[in-house]
Ligand binder design. Sequence first.
Ligand SMILES: *Cc1c(COP(=O)(O)O)cnc(C)c1O
Length: 427
Amino acid sequence: MFNSDKNFRRFENKIWLSSPTMHGDELKYVTEAYETNWMSTVGENINEVERLIAGKVGVRYAVALSAGTASLHLAVKLAGEVMYGQHEIGKGALRQQRIFCSDVTFGATVNPVVYEGGIPVFIDSERDTWNMDPVALDKAFEVYPEVKVIVVAHLYGTPGKIDEIRSIATAHGAVIVEDAAESLGATYKGKQTGSFSNYGCISFNGNKIITGSSGGMFLTDSKADAEKVRKWSTQSREAAPWYQHEELGYNYRMSNVIAGVVRGQIPYLEEHVAQKKAIYMRYKEGLKDLPVQMNPYDEKNSEPNFWLSCMTIDKDAMCRQVRGEQESLYISEPGKSCPTEILEALAKYNAEGRPIWKPMHVQPIFRMNPFITREGNGRRKTTAHLDGGCVDVGMDIFQRGLCLPSDNKMTAAEQNQVIGIIRSCFM
Ligand SMILES: *Cc1c(COP(=O)(O)O)cnc(C)c1O
């Protein structure tokens, strides 16, 4: 129960979940673009960010795009054409095929599947990293052996069990689209996320670990794939003297101005990761005697980028909380709390937290889509409440979890007060 007698002071400057952190070089490269008049989707900044990111992630090619979502769209389209062959123009490369997708993630991971006419089949999460459960994925292939494409995200900067997922995919002749939008800089067994499949996607959205204010990138080792995506992203012009089109085109290329911001940010990726890690570790220490757990990761095999620090409340320390489609209610109880109460307490003092991504299988838009857990066909609960653990892993994390203020400009003193506010919720 939140103890409001504790006199916390309201943060004068809002403590953000994760806001852009600029360093100065960004302005230099943007100004350069301005002064040389490369105010377009061509220019030195674009060439440089493609070269630098490909080098950092360890892939041969990177194609700079307008958003992470654009990169996921073209990656999914490409995977569809490769696996299902050329399609009738405008009909969608996935043509009503079922596609296995992460369940607990941002909607942008799975929407592109629908853009291309596919049917997302959601795969439950596992407890160890909150990402796609290889055991559930295996189950899913028993139910739908014909599936040829898997879209998998690394949640909150924590690498999923991508090795296991990859061997299952290979065994079934499927390809992976790897959504590393949140995990740039994170490694699994020493290898960067985004480099585990032929179709990697990252994002430079404003709240990501480094940002261009917007932007994204498609990553691959295949020259032909990189060229295809680059062509699609610039309206699919053929090499003719006029505008000649054989394929559907998109206006998805990154602007050279945005690329200037990204270029200025790239040298600071490691610094941001170190700051985020320090934040995660301070939370872990400051909350260790509470009935809560930090978002877990594979300490032996992975090094997350710690983009967002998250926690879950132990089952027996949850006060009653009911979440409907649009609103939430809870009943305060001494010694217990719930995500809604903690988020409200943080907001009261001008600090921003966020619920865990609501699982896709309980989103109204996807209410008819299949959902697979370790047990097989998943049970679906649209109005979620805690009722003795019959919920799936994803829903359980959503119910008991929240994202904590993780801004890398938050000072240790500020974070101590955030920790104090969380602690006072368990009074
Ligand atoms: C941010 C994000 C995206 C989309 O990236 P944009 O650049 O905002 O389009 C996709 N997937 C995940 C998991 C994300 O967090």
